[in-house]
Design a protein around this ligand. Structure first.
Ligand code: NAD
Ligand code: DAU
Length: 339
C-alpha cells in the first residue's frame, strides 16, 4: 500500500481519516476523490491543503471514466470508500441519491479495483446494516443483514456487493462496520453537531420520541485508527465491527452535551419520532480487539470532546449552517417544533 484513493474524503470521517494517515505515516500519498455534495467541504481538508503527499479530485464515484482516470493518473493501489449519502432522515425524505451512490457507485469502484488489479478495496460500512437489535444481544460480523431505513438498505446492498466481488472474482477486500461517529467536521444535520450548535444559539433541541434510543457514540479518531489497523493487519475478505461496546441513551448524551456548553436542560424538546427509528444498535467488537485495537476515548469523553470542538470552532459551522441548511431544517423540524 503506497497510493491511497480516499473516496468521500471531504466529508466528516473521510477527512479525519486523511488527517490520521498523513499525520501518522510519511510514506503514503493520499488522493481524495469527492463529488462535494452538500456534505463535502474543503474546509475539512484545510490542514493538508499544501501537503505534497495530498491531492484532491472533484468527481462522482458513479462516473467510471473519472474513477479510471484518477486511478491511472495517481498510480492508485488502494481504495478506501467513504463516499455515500449518510443521513437517515434525508433517506426517508428522498432515497434516490442513496441508491445511486451507495449501490451503483460502489459497483463502479469495485469494477475499477478489479480492472486495475488493486492491492486492496476497503469498504466503510455501518452498524445500521444489522437493523434494530434486541436487548441482551450484540451483532457479530457473520449475522444476517436486516437494514430498516433506505440509508441502511443502501449501505447493506453495497456491503453485499463488496463481498460478492471477493467471492466471485477474488478481489482483495476488507469491510469495517462502524458505530455512530462523533468529532470534528461532522455536518450539523447529525445529532451531536446539530444539538451543540442549536444550544449555542439557545435554540431548542428536537429529541425524537422518548429519547431512550441507544447508540454506541464513538470518537471519530478511534474509528480511523481501527480502519488503519484493518488496512495493515486485517484478513482479506473479512468484516470487522468497530464500536465501543458501550451503549448510551440519546437523552443521556444530550445532558452531557448541554453540560459541556453550560446550557440548561430545558432546551430539550421531545418531538415526533423518526419513521422506523431503530431503537438500539449494539456491536460485538471482539474481533477488532483481538486484532490489537482499543479505543482511546470512553463514550462520555467522546461526547464532551466533540461538543467542545463545535464550541471552539464557530468559524467552521457558521459557514455550514447556511441558507440550504436552514431550508432543510425547516422541512425536517418546522412542523415538529411547532406542534
Ligand atoms: P459525510 O456525509 O460527512 O460525507 C460523505 C462524503 O461523500 C462527502 O464529502 C460527499 O461529498 C461525498 N460523496 C457523496 N456522494 C458522492 C459520490 N457520488 N461521489 C463521490 N463523493 C461523494 O459522511 P460520513 O459521516 O463521513 O460517513 C462516511 C462513510 O462512513 C459513509 O460511507 C457512511 O455510511 C459511513 N459511516 C458513517 C458513520 C457515522 O456515524 N457518520 C458510522 C459508520 C459508517
Ligand atoms: O450508527 C452508524 C450511523 O450513525 C451511520 O451509519 C450514519 O451515517 C450516521 O448518520 C449515524 O446515524 P444515526 O441515525 O444514528 O445518526 P443521527 O445523528 O442522525 O441520530 C443519532 C440519534 O439521535 C438517533 O437515535 C436519532 C436521534 N436524533 C437525531 C436527530 C438528527 C434525534 O433525536 N433528533 C435529531 O434531530
Amino acid at each position: 500500500m503506497k497510493n491511497l484513493m480516499v473516496t468521500g474524503g471531504a466529508g466528516f470521517i473521510g477527512a479525519n481519516f486523511v488527517h490520521h494517515m498523513l499525520g501518522k505515516y510519511d510514506g503514503y500519498r493520499v488522493v481524495v476523490f469527492d463529488k462535494l455534495t452538500y456534505a463535502g467541504n474543503l474546509d475539512n481538508l484545510l490542514p493538508v491543503k499544501d501537503d505534497p503527499r495530498y491531492a484532491f479530485i472533484q468527481g462522482d464515484i458513479c462516473d467510471a471514466e473519472a474513477v479510471d482516470a484518477a486511478i491511472e493518473a495517481h498510480d492508485i493501489d488502494t481504495i478506501v470508500n467513504f463516499a455515500a449519502e449518510t443521513h437517515v432522515d434525508r433517506s426517508i425524505l428522498d432515497p434516490d441519491a442513496f441508491v445511486q451512490t451507495s449501490v451503483y457507485g460502489t459497483y463502479v469502484l469495485l469494477e475499477a479495483a478489479k480492472k486495475h488489479g488493486l492491492e486492496r478495496y476497503h469498504q466503510i460500512s455501518t452498524d445500521e446494516v444489522y437493523g434494530d437489535i434486541p436487548e441482551g444481544y450484540s451483532s457479530v460480523e457473520s449475522d444476517a443483514l436486516r437494514p430498516r431505513s433506505p440509508y441502511a438498505a443502501s449501505k447493506a446492498s453495497a456491503d453485499l456487493m463488496v463481498q460478492a466481488y471477493h467471492i466471485t472474482y477474488g478481489l482483495p477486500i476488507t469491510i469495517t462496520r462502524g458505530s455512530n461517529n462523533i468529532g470534528p467536521y461532522q455536518y450539523p444535520e447529525k445529532v451531536v453537531p446539530l444539538f451543540t450548535t442549536n444550544a449555542m444559539d439557545d435554540k431548542p433541541l428536537p429529541l425524537y420520541g422518548d429519547g431512550r434510543q441507544k447508540r454506541e457514540y464513538q470518537y471519530v479518531g478511534d474509528h480511523c485508527s481501527a480502519i488503519d489497523l484493518v488496512l495493515h493487519k486485517g484478513v482479506i475478505g473479512d468484516v470487522y465491527n468497530i464500536g465501543t461496546g458501550v451503549e448510551v441513551e440519546n437523552i443521556d448524551m444530550v445532558k452531557i452535551l448541554l453540560d459541556t456548553v453550560d446550557k440548561p436542560h430545558d432546551l430539550i424538546r421531545h418531538v415526533t419520532d423518526r419513521a422506523g427509528h431503530d431503537r438500539r444498535y449494539s456491536l460485538n467488537i471482539g474481533k477488532i480487539l483481538a486484532l490489537g485495537w482499543e479505543p482511546d476515548h470512553t463514550p462520555e469523553e467522546a461526547i464532551a470532546k466533540s461538543v467542545a470542538w463545535y464550541r471552539d470552532n464557530e468559524w467552521w459551522w457558521r459557514k455550514v449552517r447556511n441558507e440550504d441548511f436552514e431550508s432543510y431544517y425547516q422541512v425536517q423540524y418546522g412542523k415538529r417544533l411547532a406542534s
